[in-house]
Design a binder for this molecule. Sequence first.
Ligand SMILES: [Zn+2]
Length: 328
Amino acid sequence: MKELIKKTVLASGVLRLVSPDASAAILMYHSVLSDPARYADSLGGIIHSQSEFRAQMELLARDYHPVSLDEVVHKLISGGSLSKRSVVVTFDDGYADNYEVAMPILNQIGIPATFYVTVDCVEKRKLPWPSRLRFAFRSTKLPTWTDVRAKTWDLGTPDSREQAYLASCDDCCQRAGAAQEEFVATVEDQLQSRVPDELTSLMMTYDQARGLAHNGHIVGSHTMTHPNMAHITERDAAVELAESKRHLEAELKIPVPHFSYPCPALTPHWSERTRSQSRAVGYGSAVTTNGGVVRSGDNPLSLKRIRPTKTAAGLRWNLECAFAGRIV
Ligand SMILES: [Zn+2]
């Protein structure tokens, strides 16, 4: 019934009538794989299947106006008006499948994309910490886990494991760099479980990042170690912003003016302080995970994005609602 109502609303065109002025929708993807279920215990629900992704990109090319992030940012800064129903495709984290699976589809259909890389994960060949913790909590054989405040968590059911995992994320997201690595390694030791080494091949290499850039796509920074930037110290935030930019620029030999805020746990995940820090380091744009479209006059250092659902029909609904001014 719900689907029928959605179809009727879309077919009527009523959402287009209420669309306010021109705007751009920045879509946030992570991973595209042929078999998402295979990595559910590490990457979780952030994977689009290859066929779903292709169907969504075909929808964008057919019914919307795919543009590059550079174009949107340039228009925001220059005061130029955004093309109606513009969409920007972005990817967070830096998975190898972005290069191996998503890029051939994007190139074939002719959609420019932006790929935000977690630098430490690429350089040290390790999954972002939320995936490492998820795997440890889902696969441990132990019945309980004790957190840093000496609270003991039951691990007897999938639900209780998820609660314990989310609690660990709230603690871990407030740590960066070596302190974060120590936290994750300690939890893995406590739970006597860690991601298999072969899963590190899920992260892209610098050669692949260079390949994305050589194919006309944008490569941006997603920090060094994927903390919640609003919940770490000012000094740590400065390192995450500056070092990731410096490493990427040295490896790719191109300017890296685009940044993406990780949103691993807790809110908010950016602040006025991080916004001015990002500006001081030399970023010209930053995307967040706050929902909504970009409109003329928005601050390019805290751009809203849209989480694409897993089907083409669902994405169409997301976009029509977003362009009509409804947060999705
Ligand atoms: Zn991320």
